[in-house]
Write a protein that binds this ligand. Sequence first.
Ligand code: FES
Length: 202
Amino acid sequence: MLNPLIANVANPPAIVLGAIATLLIVLVTSVKGTGWEPTTDISEDVLEHRASAVPETEFPEPGNRAVGGGGGGGGAIPAGGAEGEEGELEEGGTAGSGPGDIPEDEVEYFEVEFVKQGETVELSNDQPILEQGEDEGWDLPYACRQGQCVSCAGQITDGPSEDFVEHDNQQMLEEAEIDDGYTLTCVAYPRDSFSIETGEAP
Ligand code: FES
């Protein structure tokens, strides 16, 4: 007769098998996952909800920032003051900061003879000679267009150039050269009628 104790001793393999099976199931489940899948990505919904909860602003975003910012330091200045001052400055600036800033109803025209081109045209007093010559379709010389070289120089043959044009911050011509009629056409605004030879530098 088999002693129960012995039978128990004989049974362990079954218990072990059971335990192994359980372990396997646990292992398989953990490797495969539980089968639970997150439903959908709710971040979109959350964002949409938040967006709809924020009231619409009156500000056109980029433009508003550009105007209010006004460059790097603009953001640090209180918005109201900065915008007001800036607006005033801009208006004030365009009204009288350069020889070309002439109100439309005060623009005058002068007869200007371009000797080398063999033509006389009417130039307004609110645009540089170079620009208006180019508008005529002439290939006039230039480089910086800021009065800082002499590439665009021309010679007014009627006398000192500043009797006939106003320079906007020309930095190259000396007094004597101006007296000789030289002008930098990129920054020279007509103030009278005259004859000019383009492409003539001192
Ligand atoms: S293009 Fe340089 S001064 Fe006119």
